[in-house]
Design a binder for this molecule. Sequence first.
Ligand code: ADE
Length: 227
Amino acid sequence: MLAIIGAMDEEIELLLAELCGREDLPFPGVTLHRGVLDGVPVLLTRGGIGKVNAAMTTTYLLVNGATQVVFTGVAGGVHPDLRVGDIVISTDCVQHDVDVTPLGYERGTVPGETPAWAADEGLRALARSAAGEVEGIRVQEGRIASGDQFIASREAVQRLWRETGAACAEMEGAAVAQVCAKAGVPFVILRSVSDTADHDAQVDYRTFMPLVARHAKQVVRGMLAHM
Ligand code: ADE
């Protein structure tokens, strides 16, 4: 079954409103919603903010029958070409806040884990064609950098760009990716750019987040139409 996760209500509410035959599955800390969206059986949920919530929620989804996972939400643009409203489709995900360098590991590497988790080619292709069908939306495929930090300064965003080459920064994708990879379950992360992770990020995020969350949702609906 396809699982769709967002971190916040604004990221899933438009999909939840359209879910047919909705059944709520409550778990400690999160509720999964099972139903049919555009004719496709899905598990849909708001997992909460940050890597821990994302990992916990993804685990519940997998245990409840998810066989592919799509994350939909917003992000801070890191690639200099990205503008508010653009869509990023993940190529792979990294955890930019991991630092075990004193023990000789590369920055971003969790000991015993791969430094980056690759998104599924099939889901990426589906997202690419769905995004291509949404008029007036610019799409970039690239790396997603996740960490338990809201990036909101020029120095921080430039450092992230230099160190990871990520297209955008958010707080959940790599945790979803890590859990999915362990289970051999394909995933893709879709993000609409709500801000450019610089000194205006807080204001832009609050202004644009509910608006641009719709863009990622449109791509998800497009993917469902082709499943
Ligand atoms: N999500 C949206 N904007 C973000 C930012 N600037 N940093 C981290 N997560 C975000």
